[in-house]
Design a binder for this molecule. Structure first.
Ligand SMILES: C[S@@+](CC[C@H](N)C(=O)[O-])C[C@H]1O[C@@H](n2cnc3c(N)ncnc32)[C@H](O)[C@@H]1O
Ligand code: SF4
Length: 404
């Protein structure tokens, strides 16, 4: 009889191959803080500069210097590994100038092996679109935009405290079309006082705008936000669920594949950077508050950098801004893997679990089969994916994989 030995300690555990490596860069400033947002974003006036909607040039330059130094400090962790994608997220990276982005990307190319076909995405707020600047972003090598539209309805945009209106949203899309053939539109639904028809009107407008990708997020009232403290009247759970169903149907009819909880893409236009997260790939994370996950043959580590821009800059000045670094324990690895992979509509190939975690499938197969029996997952010998029920009750499904 053959016995399967389970690695239970780090000493007999190992990864046979390292996953693909991506690079996330955080830009922590916004013109104004939106009342629903719990991302690490800081209104400009609190960033030590003016409140005229522009980032101070000295601060901008210092931040780019810090990002470059931050990347350099990570290099020993990933020697020789190619970088498959870059995501510039925020905050509002589009507040930075095209010259700064060009300088940053040149510095990245000089320090890591960036694959020639790497997807390079920039998150952009419609309130920051200037035609020349976006031409410059494209010239710098950025080849994908993710535009925070949220809604095309002026009353809703006002209720969300956005700095842009419907016209600015359309202008941003027109400029995006001029310089980019690949862009995502972020929309939110279940907005204050929103009807089903209004939610669908936003989706129809996004489809007509000709984007390659749509992210449709259910507005959540996150702790530590103004909306949490003073909750607006939002649609109840039943209406929000109806909106979700109708949005999915509309996007499917327009040829968008629903490939992740909130993400919809035209054929071959899935967000490669995000797919790497969902397939439990590795990523460096530089900039204020950025997270990283890096695999080694004998461990997988997580890092988080100082969140406050001033702290981050000061720490980088002293030589490094990593606030916490820890190894993901063998007990945490299955949950961490599932937390990402089960967001994908197509789920994952069973052998990916072992490839990414170094653990044998026997660690999770019992829970997978139990979830299959309950109609939350379905699998064959090679592949597992969430059922419609499993996608709807994703948190219940994920709890199964929590460490004891
Ligand atoms: C990190 S934000 C950056 C986008 C960019 N700063 C902007 O807002 O134009 C990415 C997206 O997350 C979504 N988002 C932010 N807060 C949310 C919330 N409380 N509920 C649902 N979606 C949210 C929004 O659609 C937003 O565009
Ligand atoms: S612009 Fe984007 S990142 Fe900034 S506060 Fe608003 S939602 Fe958050």
């Amino acid at each position: 009889m053959t016995t399967i030995s389970l690695p239970t300690t780090r000493s007999n555990w190992g990864l046979t191959a390292l996953p693909p490596l991506a690079l996330y860069i955080h830009f922590p400033w916004c013109v104004k803080k939106c009342p629903y947002c719990d991302f690490n974003s800081h209104a400009l006036k609190f960033g030590g500069n003016g409140d005229d909607g522009r980032l101070d040039a000295t601060l901008e330059s210092q931040y780019v210097d810090a990002l470059i130094a931050d990347l350099e400090s990570c290099l020993p962790l990933v020697w020789g590994r190619p970088v498959t994608s870059i995501f510039m997220g925020g905050g509002t990276p589009s507040l930075f100038s095209a010259e700064s982005m060009d300088r940053l990307l040149a510095a990245i190319r000089a320090r890591v092996k960036l694959l020639p076909d790497a997807e390079i995405t920039l998150e952009a707020n419609p309130g920051t679109f200037e035609a020349d600047k976006f031409a410059g972003f494209a010239d710098a090598g950025i080849n994908r935009l993710s535009i925070g539209i949220q809604s095309f309805d002026d009353a809703k945009l006002k209720a969300l405290g956005r700095i842009h209106d419907r016209d600015a949203a359309h202008r941003a899309i027109e400029i995006a079309h001029r310089h980019f053939d690949n862009f995502n539109l972020d929309l939110m639904y279940a907005l204050p006082q929103q009807t089903l028809a209004e939610a669908l009107q936003d989706i129809d407008t996004a489809i007509a705008a000709g984007s390659t990708h749509v992210s449709a997020y259910h507005l959540t009232l996150e702790p530590n936000t103004l909306f949490h403290r003073y909750p607006p009247a939002v649609p109840d759970d039943d209406l929000a669920a109806d909106m979700q169903d109708a949005i999915e149907a509309r996007l499917a009819a327009a040829g968008f594949e629903h490939y992740e909880t909130s993400a919809f893409a035209q054929p071959k236009r899935q967000a490669r950077h995000n797919l790497n997260y969902w397939r439990f790939g590795d990523y460096l994370g530089i900039g204020a508050g950025a997270h990283a996950k890096i695999s080694f043959p004998d461990r997988v580590i997580r890092q988080m950098r100082y969140k406050q821009p001033a702290d981050y800059l000061a720490k980088m000045h002293e030589g490094g801004a990593v606030q916490t670094e820890d190894a993901i324990t063998l007990e945490q690895l299955p949950f961490e893997f599932m937390l990402n992979a089960l967001r994908l509509t197509d789920g994952f190939a069973l052998n990916l679990f072992t490839e990414r975690t170094g653990l044998p499938l026997t660690k999770v197969i019992h829970e997978i089969d139990r979830a299959c029996a309950e109609g939350l997952l379905e699998r064959d010998l090679e592949h597992v994916k969430p059922t419609e029920q499993g996608r709807r009750f994703l948190n219940t499904l994920l709890e199964r994989f929590l460490p004891d």
